[in-house]
Design a protein around this ligand. Structure first.
Ligand code: COA
Length: 249
Protein backbone atom coordinates (compact mmCIF):
# COMPACT_ATOMS: atom_id res chain seq x y z
CA UNK A 1 0.00 0.00 0.00
CA UNK A 2 1.42 3.40 -0.99
CA UNK A 3 1.25 6.17 1.63
CA UNK A 4 -0.29 8.40 -1.06
CA UNK A 5 -3.62 6.76 -0.23
CA UNK A 6 -4.67 6.71 3.39
CA UNK A 7 -7.54 4.64 4.70
CA UNK A 8 -9.47 5.75 7.77
CA UNK A 9 -12.20 3.75 9.37
CA UNK A 10 -14.87 5.45 11.46
CA UNK A 11 -17.56 3.02 12.57
CA UNK A 12 -19.11 1.72 9.31
CA UNK A 13 -17.51 4.37 7.11
CA UNK A 14 -14.29 3.83 5.20
CA UNK A 15 -12.61 7.06 4.10
CA UNK A 16 -10.18 6.79 1.24
CA UNK A 17 -8.05 9.93 1.20
CA UNK A 18 -5.79 11.00 -1.66
CA UNK A 19 -2.63 12.16 0.04
CA UNK A 20 0.08 13.29 -2.35
CA UNK A 21 0.04 17.02 -1.70
CA UNK A 22 3.38 17.83 -3.40
CA UNK A 23 1.91 16.60 -6.72
CA UNK A 24 -1.62 17.90 -6.21
CA UNK A 25 -2.79 14.33 -5.48
CA UNK A 26 -2.01 13.26 -9.07
CA UNK A 27 -2.89 9.58 -9.35
CA UNK A 28 -0.19 6.99 -10.02
CA UNK A 29 -0.58 3.36 -11.00
CA UNK A 30 0.11 2.33 -7.40
CA UNK A 31 -2.60 4.68 -6.15
CA UNK A 32 -5.19 3.27 -8.57
CA UNK A 33 -4.29 -0.26 -7.47
CA UNK A 34 -4.66 0.65 -3.81
CA UNK A 35 -7.97 2.39 -4.41
CA UNK A 36 -9.34 -0.58 -6.36
CA UNK A 37 -8.24 -2.97 -3.63
CA UNK A 38 -9.72 -0.81 -0.85
CA UNK A 39 -13.04 -0.54 -2.71
CA UNK A 40 -13.19 -4.30 -3.27
CA UNK A 41 -12.44 -5.00 0.39
CA UNK A 42 -15.02 -2.46 1.54
CA UNK A 43 -17.60 -3.99 -0.77
CA UNK A 44 -17.00 -7.43 0.72
CA UNK A 45 -16.82 -6.30 4.36
CA UNK A 46 -20.21 -6.56 6.11
CA UNK A 47 -19.05 -4.03 8.72
CA UNK A 48 -18.67 -1.28 6.10
CA UNK A 49 -21.79 0.68 5.12
CA UNK A 50 -20.31 3.34 2.86
CA UNK A 51 -17.06 4.62 1.32
CA UNK A 52 -16.00 8.26 1.25
CA UNK A 53 -13.43 9.43 -1.31
CA UNK A 54 -11.72 12.74 -0.64
CA UNK A 55 -8.49 14.70 -1.08
CA UNK A 56 -7.45 17.69 1.01
CA UNK A 57 -9.30 20.93 1.68
CA UNK A 58 -7.09 22.54 -1.03
CA UNK A 59 -7.10 19.93 -3.76
CA UNK A 60 -9.10 16.85 -4.74
CA UNK A 61 -6.81 15.57 -7.49
CA UNK A 62 -4.94 16.88 -10.55
CA UNK A 63 -5.98 13.67 -12.32
CA UNK A 64 -3.75 11.00 -13.71
CA UNK A 65 -0.04 11.50 -13.04
CA UNK A 66 1.22 12.91 -16.34
CA UNK A 67 4.76 11.55 -15.90
CA UNK A 68 3.22 8.09 -15.44
CA UNK A 69 1.23 8.57 -18.66
CA UNK A 70 4.48 9.24 -20.53
CA UNK A 71 6.67 6.64 -18.84
CA UNK A 72 4.27 3.78 -18.16
CA UNK A 73 1.10 4.37 -20.19
CA UNK A 74 -1.64 1.80 -19.63
CA UNK A 75 -1.44 -0.87 -22.32
CA UNK A 76 -4.71 -2.71 -21.82
CA UNK A 77 -7.83 -2.81 -19.71
CA UNK A 78 -6.02 -4.82 -17.02
CA UNK A 79 -3.98 -1.71 -16.22
CA UNK A 80 -4.53 -0.24 -12.75
CA UNK A 81 -6.45 2.83 -13.95
CA UNK A 82 -9.06 0.71 -15.76
CA UNK A 83 -9.24 -1.78 -12.90
CA UNK A 84 -10.03 1.13 -10.60
CA UNK A 85 -12.74 2.39 -13.00
CA UNK A 86 -14.40 -1.01 -13.30
CA UNK A 87 -14.24 -1.57 -9.53
CA UNK A 88 -15.92 1.77 -8.81
CA UNK A 89 -18.52 1.03 -11.50
CA UNK A 90 -19.34 -2.31 -9.84
CA UNK A 91 -19.20 -1.16 -6.20
CA UNK A 92 -22.45 -2.20 -4.52
CA UNK A 93 -22.12 0.06 -1.49
CA UNK A 94 -22.77 3.80 -1.48
CA UNK A 95 -19.73 5.84 -2.51
CA UNK A 96 -19.64 9.47 -1.44
CA UNK A 97 -17.15 12.11 -2.63
CA UNK A 98 -16.01 15.32 -0.93
CA UNK A 99 -14.28 17.70 -3.35
CA UNK A 100 -12.38 20.96 -2.90
CA UNK A 101 -9.92 22.81 -5.13
CA UNK A 102 -8.86 21.21 -8.40
CA UNK A 103 -10.60 18.09 -9.68
CA UNK A 104 -9.05 17.46 -13.09
CA UNK A 105 -9.56 14.65 -15.61
CA UNK A 106 -10.48 11.48 -13.76
CA UNK A 107 -10.85 13.74 -10.70
CA UNK A 108 -14.05 14.95 -12.38
CA UNK A 109 -15.12 11.81 -14.24
CA UNK A 110 -14.94 9.56 -11.17
CA UNK A 111 -17.59 11.79 -9.57
CA UNK A 112 -20.03 10.63 -12.25
CA UNK A 113 -19.91 7.16 -10.62
CA UNK A 114 -20.31 8.23 -7.00
CA UNK A 115 -23.71 8.22 -5.34
CA UNK A 116 -23.44 11.49 -3.40
CA UNK A 117 -21.01 14.27 -4.28
CA UNK A 118 -20.36 17.30 -2.04
CA UNK A 119 -18.16 20.06 -3.46
CA UNK A 120 -16.89 23.41 -2.32
CA UNK A 121 -18.52 26.21 -4.33
CA UNK A 122 -15.15 27.35 -5.64
CA UNK A 123 -13.89 23.85 -6.56
CA UNK A 124 -12.36 23.85 -10.05
CA UNK A 125 -13.45 20.92 -12.19
CA UNK A 126 -12.12 20.28 -15.67
CA UNK A 127 -11.77 17.47 -18.22
CA UNK A 128 -8.93 18.62 -20.53
CA UNK A 129 -8.69 15.33 -22.42
CA UNK A 130 -8.80 16.84 -25.93
CA UNK A 131 -6.44 19.62 -24.86
CA UNK A 132 -3.93 16.90 -23.99
CA UNK A 133 -4.43 15.04 -27.27
CA UNK A 134 -6.52 12.41 -25.48
CA UNK A 135 -10.22 11.50 -25.51
CA UNK A 136 -12.91 11.23 -22.82
CA UNK A 137 -12.74 8.32 -20.38
CA UNK A 138 -14.66 6.60 -17.56
CA UNK A 139 -17.95 6.72 -19.45
CA UNK A 140 -17.96 10.53 -19.57
CA UNK A 141 -18.68 10.57 -23.33
CA UNK A 142 -21.90 8.68 -22.57
CA UNK A 143 -22.96 10.20 -19.25
CA UNK A 144 -22.34 13.91 -19.83
CA UNK A 145 -24.32 14.37 -23.09
CA UNK A 146 -27.22 12.53 -21.41
CA UNK A 147 -27.02 14.67 -18.31
CA UNK A 148 -26.33 18.06 -19.89
CA UNK A 149 -27.33 17.73 -23.56
CA UNK A 150 -24.77 17.48 -26.35
CA UNK A 151 -24.15 21.22 -26.68
CA UNK A 152 -23.16 21.77 -23.03
CA UNK A 153 -21.25 18.48 -22.82
CA UNK A 154 -19.30 19.48 -25.93
CA UNK A 155 -18.12 22.65 -24.22
CA UNK A 156 -16.76 20.56 -21.34
CA UNK A 157 -15.39 17.61 -23.33
CA UNK A 158 -14.36 19.07 -26.71
CA UNK A 159 -13.13 22.47 -25.52
CA UNK A 160 -12.08 21.28 -22.06
CA UNK A 161 -13.80 24.24 -20.40
CA UNK A 162 -13.47 24.31 -16.62
CA UNK A 163 -16.40 24.85 -14.27
CA UNK A 164 -16.96 25.54 -10.60
CA UNK A 165 -18.35 23.40 -7.81
CA UNK A 166 -21.39 25.66 -7.82
CA UNK A 167 -22.01 24.89 -11.52
CA UNK A 168 -21.42 21.18 -10.91
CA UNK A 169 -24.25 21.21 -8.36
CA UNK A 170 -26.55 23.21 -10.66
CA UNK A 171 -25.98 20.72 -13.47
CA UNK A 172 -26.51 17.61 -11.35
CA UNK A 173 -22.87 16.47 -11.42
CA UNK A 174 -22.70 17.19 -7.68
CA UNK A 175 -25.34 16.75 -5.00
CA UNK A 176 -24.63 20.05 -3.24
CA UNK A 177 -22.09 22.88 -3.23
CA UNK A 178 -20.94 24.22 0.12
CA UNK A 179 -19.01 27.27 1.27
CA UNK A 180 -15.61 25.64 1.74
CA UNK A 181 -13.70 22.40 1.41
CA UNK A 182 -14.05 21.79 5.14
CA UNK A 183 -17.82 22.22 4.92
CA UNK A 184 -18.01 19.91 1.91
CA UNK A 185 -16.08 17.21 3.80
CA UNK A 186 -18.18 17.65 6.97
CA UNK A 187 -21.41 17.34 4.96
CA UNK A 188 -20.11 14.33 3.02
CA UNK A 189 -19.11 12.61 6.27
CA UNK A 190 -22.45 13.39 7.93
CA UNK A 191 -24.41 11.99 4.99
CA UNK A 192 -22.13 8.97 4.61
CA UNK A 193 -22.59 8.07 8.29
CA UNK A 194 -26.37 8.11 7.77
CA UNK A 195 -26.06 4.81 5.94
CA UNK A 196 -25.28 3.21 9.30
CA UNK A 197 -28.89 3.60 10.39
CA UNK A 198 -30.35 2.37 7.09
CA UNK A 199 -30.98 -1.32 6.29
CA UNK A 200 -27.89 -2.29 4.23
CA UNK A 201 -29.65 -4.82 2.02
CA UNK A 202 -32.33 -2.27 1.04
CA UNK A 203 -29.57 0.28 0.27
CA UNK A 204 -27.67 -2.26 -1.83
CA UNK A 205 -30.71 -3.34 -3.84
CA UNK A 206 -31.81 0.26 -4.39
CA UNK A 207 -28.38 1.33 -5.67
CA UNK A 208 -28.33 -1.71 -7.94
CA UNK A 209 -31.75 -0.77 -9.36
CA UNK A 210 -30.68 2.84 -9.93
CA UNK A 211 -27.60 1.71 -11.85
CA UNK A 212 -29.00 -1.43 -13.53
CA UNK A 213 -30.32 0.16 -16.74
CA UNK A 214 -26.99 1.74 -17.59
CA UNK A 215 -24.41 -0.64 -16.19
CA UNK A 216 -23.71 -2.77 -19.28
CA UNK A 217 -23.81 0.21 -21.61
CA UNK A 218 -21.42 2.07 -19.32
CA UNK A 219 -19.03 -0.86 -19.10
CA UNK A 220 -18.99 -1.03 -22.90
CA UNK A 221 -18.41 2.74 -23.14
CA UNK A 222 -15.54 2.55 -20.62
CA UNK A 223 -13.94 -0.25 -22.64
CA UNK A 224 -14.38 1.53 -25.99
CA UNK A 225 -13.13 4.84 -24.64
CA UNK A 226 -10.29 2.98 -22.90
CA UNK A 227 -9.08 1.31 -26.10
CA UNK A 228 -9.00 4.69 -27.88
CA UNK A 229 -7.43 6.42 -24.85
CA UNK A 230 -4.61 3.85 -24.87
CA UNK A 231 -4.00 4.58 -28.57
CA UNK A 232 -4.18 8.33 -28.05
CA UNK A 233 -1.56 8.18 -25.28
CA UNK A 234 0.93 6.96 -27.90
CA UNK A 235 -0.05 9.60 -30.48
CA UNK A 236 2.28 12.48 -31.37
CA UNK A 237 -0.48 14.92 -30.31
CA UNK A 238 -0.66 13.51 -26.80
CA UNK A 239 3.08 13.02 -26.37
CA UNK A 240 3.68 16.67 -27.32
CA UNK A 241 0.95 17.98 -24.97
CA UNK A 242 1.92 15.77 -22.00
CA UNK A 243 5.64 16.53 -22.46
CA UNK A 244 4.71 20.22 -22.64
CA UNK A 245 3.23 19.99 -19.13
CA UNK A 246 6.22 18.12 -17.72
CA UNK A 247 8.74 20.50 -19.32
CA UNK A 248 6.91 23.74 -18.59
CA UNK A 249 9.00 26.37 -16.86
N1 COA B 1 0.70 14.77 -13.02
C1 COA B 1 1.92 14.90 -12.50
N2 COA B 1 2.33 15.95 -11.77
C2 COA B 1 1.41 16.92 -11.55
C3 COA B 1 0.10 16.85 -12.05
C4 COA B 1 -0.25 15.71 -12.83
N3 COA B 1 -1.47 15.54 -13.32
N4 COA B 1 -0.55 17.96 -11.69
C5 COA B 1 0.29 18.69 -10.95
N5 COA B 1 1.48 18.07 -10.87
C6 COA B 1 2.68 18.51 -10.15
C7 COA B 1 3.36 19.66 -10.87
O1 COA B 1 4.21 19.20 -11.89
C8 COA B 1 4.12 20.30 -9.72
O2 COA B 1 5.24 19.50 -9.43
P1 COA B 1 6.68 20.20 -9.11
O3 COA B 1 6.41 21.06 -7.89
O4 COA B 1 7.59 19.03 -8.84
O5 COA B 1 7.02 21.01 -10.32
C9 COA B 1 3.16 20.13 -8.54
O6 COA B 1 2.29 19.05 -8.89
C10 COA B 1 2.29 21.34 -8.28
O7 COA B 1 1.57 21.64 -9.48
P2 COA B 1 1.33 23.15 -9.96
O8 COA B 1 0.88 23.08 -11.40
O9 COA B 1 2.53 24.01 -9.66
O10 COA B 1 0.11 23.58 -9.02
P3 COA B 1 -0.99 24.70 -9.32
O11 COA B 1 -1.70 24.89 -8.01
O12 COA B 1 -0.39 25.89 -9.98
O13 COA B 1 -2.00 24.02 -10.37
C11 COA B 1 -3.35 22.25 -11.29
C12 COA B 1 -2.76 22.88 -10.01
C13 COA B 1 -4.02 20.95 -10.88
C14 COA B 1 -4.41 23.21 -11.88
C15 COA B 1 -2.24 22.02 -12.32
O14 COA B 1 -1.16 21.36 -11.66
C16 COA B 1 -2.63 21.19 -13.50
O15 COA B 1 -3.29 21.69 -14.41
N6 COA B 1 -2.20 19.91 -13.53
C17 COA B 1 -2.40 19.04 -14.66
C18 COA B 1 -3.80 18.52 -14.69
C19 COA B 1 -4.02 17.58 -15.84
O16 COA B 1 -3.95 17.96 -16.98
N7 COA B 1 -4.27 16.30 -15.51
C20 COA B 1 -4.41 15.24 -16.45
C21 COA B 1 -5.82 15.11 -16.89
S1 COA B 1 -6.00 13.74 -18.02
Amino acid sequence: MTDAITLERERGLLTLRLNRPDKKNALTRAMYSDMAQALKQADADPEINAVLITGSSECFTAGNDIADFLEQPPSNLDSPVFQFMLTLLECRKPVIAAVAGAAVGIGTTLLLHCDLVYVSRDARLRMPFVNLGLCPEFGSSLILPRLLGHAKAAELLLLGEGFSGEQAAQWGIATQALGSGEEALAKAREMALRFESLPPEAVRISKQLMKAQDREQLRKAIEEEGALFIQRLRSPEAIAALSGFINRT
